[in-house]
Design a protein around this ligand. Structure first.
Ligand SMILES: [Zn+2]
Length: 117
């Protein structure tokens, strides 16, 4: 399952970050999920809940932010959001686009809480 392998690598990254903050525990992990990343948020959530329990950061919440796909026109430089799979510049009609965002799954931030002494 695609989502499980994504979560595994995500958890490895968070564990590394957590190891640098030994006096704190992770309470939340915020990720950016691209609209076109091919990731199902529901499946991602399930995979996370399942796998996080086996890691040192168990109990940490997963927060997801959906990121829309954006494009920059290579013809006129116009920057816009792709909607309804319409891969065409909304200003000049060019199909020569550079796609941005929307295709990735990245860690946006990790929230820590100080452990009780
Ligand atoms: Zn254009």
């Amino acid at each position: 399952m695609h989502e499980r392998s994504l979560i595994r690598s995500l958890l490895r990254q968070v564990e590394k970050i957590a190891a640098e903050h030994p006096a704190s525990r992770v309470v939340a992990v915020r990720v950016r999920v691209g609209e076109f990343s091919g990731v199902e948020p529901e499946l991602l959530e399930l995979a996370y809940k399942d796998l996080v329990e086996e890691t040192p950061i168990r109990g940490a919440a997963l927060q997801m932010e959906r990121v829309p796909l954006e494009a920059e026109c290579r013809q006129c430089g116009h920057h816009f959001r792709i909607e309804h799979y319409n891969f065409q510049c909304t200003r000049c009609g060019s199909l020569w686009l550079r796609l941005q965002n929307g295709e990735e799954l990245v860690i946006d931030s990790v929230t820590f809480e100080e452990c009780e002494p």
